[in-house]
Design a protein around this ligand. Structure first.
Ligand SMILES: NC(=O)c1ccc[n+]([C@@H]2O[C@H](COP(=O)([O-])OP(=O)(O)OC[C@H]3O[C@@H](n4cnc5c(N)ncnc54)[C@H](OP(=O)(O)O)[C@@H]3O)[C@@H](O)[C@H]2O)c1
Length: 324
């Protein structure tokens, strides 16, 4: 018998239960994993609260790392003992063991520990596509990233800096400003106190920025649009404060032919070749030290309720891993 987190109704952190589960043997094209670290992500909160619905009862968690313990028929790319990690659907990564399709797994190089992998598969691949595919950041660009001291935020700050960009980031406190600054954010703005739009205009001598990466949603939407230069791109990749209002296209025309995109990691990794190439690039920037992982919180997986409360309560910085 193995343990996992399940929930049978949406609600607060208390709906998550640590229960016995039957894992079973891998079928054709599948492998079984013993997981040593799981990642904590804001999307887990959206599922738990019901903002993102799924049929219940269900599992939670989108990413983990561990070791292959059994291989189903037809699997030639993996063997028992391989160290692997994944990000993928359906939710269910909060578990000691799991059976997954082999094509969902990426083999880990020696330079990437299980905990490091569990902290970056979702957030780091997101940083990769945001900076390298959605809007391709170039040396000399000045960019704005919201929630700069968060999990995705610290990875974006470091990676954008390594690409030669000037990084402006918003944060909720002075302590978070210092953390963002130490990770490549040139201009942290404490947006609970300062008007971030005015500061962005000041820093860019009135020009605005070519891209805003906004994961906060409802609370920052209009002010984020006001930070963009004409032809700039508004990348709405999350909704920590709630979903955006219905989109009014005149907002985009009036500010100078802006672009709008609402990307999700799962469409960027839908093709196995893209998933592998993105993971290889991520592991390379981490192994080279250009981007460092920031595992600033660790919890036992059975205490995931506290981890969710801390994430929603804006108490965490960087990434969090859950230990099964
Ligand atoms: N679309 C995608 O592919 C994709 C992939 C990964 C993540 N995301 C999104 O990216 C965002 C960051 O994810 P993460 O896991 O790295 O989380 P995180 O940034 O570590 O945590 C969320 C942060 O958002 C800020 N925030 C602002 N308003 C908030 C509110 N009302 N409630 C809670 N937090 C608020 C807080 O930072 P301050 O205190 O500094 O304001 C908080 O620490 C999330 O919105 C997530 O959904 C999207």
């Amino acid at each position: 018998m193995s343990k996992a987190i399940r929930y049978d109704k949406t609600g607060g952190p208390e709906v998550m239960k640590w229960v016995d589960v039957e894992v079973g043997e891998p079928g054709e094209g599948e492998v079984r994993l013993r997981q040593s670290a799981c990642g904590l992500n804001y999307i887990d909160v959206y599922f738990r609260t019901g903002l993102y619905p799924q049929p219940l009862p269900a599992g939670l968690g989108m990413e983990a790392a561990g070791e292959v313990t059994a291989v189903g028929s037809g699997v030639s790319t993996l063997k028992v003992g391989d160290r692997v990690a994944y990000v993928g659907r359906p939710p269910g990564a909060y578990a000691q063991e799991r059976v997954l399709r082999a094509e969902q797994l990426i083999k880990l190089p020696d330079a990437i520990s299980d905990e490091a992998a569990a902290s970056i598969m979702l957030q780091g691949l997101t940083a990769q596509y945001l900076l390298r595919r959605t809007y391709r950041v170039k040396a000399g660009d000045t960019i704005l990233i919201q929630a700069a001291a968060g999990g995705v935020g610290l990875l974006v700050c470091q990676w954008a800096k390594a690409l030669g960009a000037t990084v402006i980031g918003t944060v909720g406190s002075d302590e978070k400003a210092a953390i963002a600054k130490a990770h490549g954010c040139d201009h942290p703005i404490v947006y609970t106190r300062e008007d971030f739009t005015a500061r962005v205009r000041e820093i860019t001598n009135g020009a605005g920025v070519p891209v805003v990466y906004d994961s906060i949603g409802k609370d920052t939407y209009t002010k984020s649009l006001d930070c963009l230069a004409p032809l700039g791109m508004f990348v709405s990749f999350g909704n920590a404060s709630g979903p955006l209002p219905p989109i009014d296209s005149s907002e985009f025309a009036g500010r100078g032919s802006l672009f709008f995109t609402r990307p999700t990691l799962f469409s960027y990794i839908a093709k196995r070749a893209d998933y592998e190439a993105m993971a290889a690039e991520l592991f390379e920037v981490v192994a080279s030290g250009k981007v460092k992982t920031s595992i600033n919180q660790r919890y036992a997986l059975k205490d995931v309720g506290q981890a969710h409360a801390d994430l929603e309560g804006r108490k965490t910085t960087g990434s969090t891993v859950l230990l099964p």
